[in-house]
Design a protein around this ligand. Sequence first.
Ligand code: XMP
Length: 319
Amino acid sequence: LWTPAQIIEDQIARVREQVGDRHVLLGLSGGVDSSVVAALLHKAIGDQLTCVFVDNGLLRKAEGDQVMETFARHMGVKVIRVDAEDLFLDKLKGEADPEAKRKIIGNTFIDVFDDEASKIEGVDFLAQGTIYPDVIESAAAKTGKAHVIKSHHNVGGLPETMKLTLVEPLRELFKDEVRKLGVELGLPYDMVYRHPFPGPGLGVRILGEVKKEYADILREADAIFIEELHRADWYHKTSQAFAVFLPVCSVGVVGDARRYEWVIALRAVETIDFMTARWAHLPYELLEKVSNRIINEITGVSRVTYDVSSKPPATIEWE
Ligand code: XMP
């Protein structure tokens, strides 16, 4: 019989057996999978686990602080936070091509992670939040069956130079099972049931060149959208919802003054498998509220649009 408590018990025993008294490193992203691995390993081996959390400056509003709050403060997990915003923004400077941006973000992540990991002594294992669909997907990729539309970069690429053995306690589980484990392990519900967030983060939601000014505006707009979705009880009726920064200027008017400012697009979809998706039919009142708040509360935005494209042919993300 499958129960979350049983799986956890099993995995704890397995991990202890594999690891012994040696040390494990984990790239913590704040996403569901790596979060559940962190909680599970902490329970299994306590201080033999060290997590590295890379803040790439492309996270959602307050995300970095929340990760530290949950793991470091509440659970007492050893987490090293690396503030790498300047480095990421510097590497991205002048690059507008979506795939090139993904590669830069992925490679910079590996550099930063590698660098940080090399400072920690006596690590023998690298933990990863690989789940069953990832195993299937990479097997398909190897046989050439996967149709690669976008290169997906995720946390935890094993640095080639490090001779580490993998610890992958979620390898046999599906997402909904991982979520149940997370709740059982005491992770906050909102963290466990949060919408998926791409590895390259806001880097692929700022169209074209990424700039700090754009990221700051987008973080605020996205936070307003998500807050209103929660308030209206629509967050969990959508599979993914977010704001996108469009680097085009549009005319607006405040009082007697004309403004010439940025545009924010809102995207919300319903999907089972993320391979196809329907745009979410959000109530007009909700969209109106979000639009008003974004334009009134954020300096630099004069217009908000709602994305009514389905996948296919459009993708969920804009880049
Ligand atoms: P698309 O845009 O391809 O997105 O319809 C499908 C799902 O994948 C997520 N996504 C990514 N996840 N790295 C990731 O880890 C990426 O580069 C990436 N691109 C898209 C997207 O958020 C959606 O859930």
